[in-house]
Design a protein around this ligand. Structure first.
Ligand code: PMP
Length: 438
């Protein structure tokens, strides 16, 4: 029997065997050994509503994913140096979801690796090194990806900001410099990019590109005002740079109304980065770019990844995208997301600690504040809420520079009954936190 049942023992061993910066969620960590759709089960078989995990996009333990993995592993698993129909079939499926001229695919093993490759592509195409990126973004855990991830390089003990990276203010129209009531907020946020471009040029780095989580997620589930990205992209392109959309958190139908977040903005990036949900748990990342950029990159050394684009990965990735279509999961995300936001709005009318509710589809943020006028972050309240929800066996998380934004991001299979349950339990927990805050 490989499944360990003694949670305390597993936790003690984990502390002995791994580094201290491998973090666990919740003050009472959960040990989860099974999953089904949007539920997980602990060592006692108790169910948890998974309202947090965006990796099992089409649901935990999906039978079609199990079947395709087993089928391919029975046949063989190899790399891109041989022809295989699964590779082109996966690429064709991805291309069918993207506008022209985004039609050349690179397969890698993670979101991090995809962003590393996106950096190399933008340098090859622009001949420059400088990058502009919104503050508090996250693009991965390798040396290069950390350099463009303010969330990590600016953290306590972080490596600090590289001189070829310029940060711009996040286009947060709730608490940033330009608010929702300002009809020119999008343009004003975009104008800040002009200053960064000038600074990179003055330092002699030139502009390789702009990279952003299309809707900043690590920054707190933020939806930039419509028109922000097209205005930014115009400036970056005028300076010779490449526009990279990190759609790891926002892509593949999660937003309900859109398959990709850049569609909401009315912008077409030069490079799109996909990760996490596209493998439904299998390590997989994809970079899609234009023929022109891919050709510039191809003037350099051969591109090869041992596991990137493996036969197994390609079959699993295509199956995930097919399931999203076959099961109408983008539409489910739209409907369930609307129900969830409407339920949360009734809570907002009752509890002042909720300062803002935002999101699209099943990409939702609930910002907790100690005072609605000053928008002071209610960090302790957010910690209390996610831990109490966990006690009720509902998994959520929190994000943002002050960790005060509740993040709700379930697998796209979530149903109406579980949305009701989530709202009902949140009602109780918000009441508790309101009493505690006095
Ligand atoms: N980009 C974004 C927006 C992410 O959220 C993440 C992971 N949280 C990554 C990149 C890195 O992906 P991975 O952990 O698969 O390397």
């Amino acid at each position: 029997r490989w499944e360990p049942t003694d949670k305390a023992e597993v936790q003690a061993d984990r502390e002995a065997y791994f580094g201290k910066n491998l973090k666990l969620s919740y003050s009472n960590p959960a040990m989860l050994v099974r999953g089904w759709k949007h539920h997980m089960f602990d060592e006692w078989g108790r169910p948890y509503l998974d309202a947090y995990n965006n990796v099992p996009h089409v649901g935990h333990a999906h039978p079609r994913i199990q079947a395709v993995a087993a089928d391919q592993l029975k046949r063989m698993n190899s790399n891109t140096r041989y022809l295989h129909p699964a590779q082109v079939a996966f690429a064709e499926k991805i291309r069918s979801k993207l506008p022209d001229p985004l039609n050349v695919c690179f397969f890698v093993n993670s979101g991090t690796e995809a962003n590393e490759l996106a950096l190399r592509l933008s340098r090859a195409a622009s001949g420059a090194k400088g990058m502009v990126t919104p503050n508090h973004g996250y693009h991965g855990n390798t040396t290069g990806a950390i350099d463009i991830s303010a969330y990590k390089f600016n953290a306590k003990g972080g490596v600090g900001q590289a001189d070829w990276v310029e940060l711009v203010e996040v286009a947060d129209d709730y608490k940033g410099s330009f608010k929702r009531d300002d009809p020119h907020a999008a343009q004003k946020y975009a104008d800040l990019v002009g200053l960064s471009i000038a600074s990179l040029q003055a330092k002699g780095h030139g502009v390789a590109g702009f990279i952003a989580e299309t809707f900043p997620s690590v920054g707190g589930q933020i939806i930039p005002p419509k028109g922000y990205l097209p205005a930014v992209y115009d400036k970056i392109r005028a300076a010779g740079g490449i526009c990279i959309a990190d759609e790891v958190q926002t892509g593949l139908g999660r937003l309900g109304d859109y398959y990709f977040a850049f569609e909401h903005q009315g912008a077409v990036p030069d490079i799109v980065v996909l990760g996490k949900p596209i493998g439904n748990g299998h390590p997989l990342g994809v970079v899609i770019t234009t023929r022109e950029i891919a050709d510039k990159f191809a003037e350099g050394p051969e591109y090869f990844s041992t596991f990137g684009g493996s036969t197994l990965s390609c079959r699993m990735g295509k199956e995930v995208l097919d399931i999203v279509d076959d099961e109408g999961l983008q539409e489910n995300s739209r409907i369930r997301g609307a129900e969830l936001r409407s339920g949360l709005k009734t809570l907002m009318a009752k509890y002042d600690v909720i300062g803002d509710i935002r999101g699209m589809g099943l990409f939702i943020g609930v910002e907790l504040v100690t005072d609605r006028a000053t928008k002071e972050p209610a960090t302790d309240a957010a910690s209390y809420v996610i831990n109490r929800l966990r006690e009720h066996r509902i998994l959520t998380g929190r994000e943002g520079p002050h960790d005060n934004i509740l993040k709700i991001r379930p697998p796209l299979t979530i149903d109406a009954e579980d949305i009701d349950m989530l709202i009902g339990v949140m009602d109780k927990v918000m009441k508790e936190v309101t009493c505690l805050m006095g």
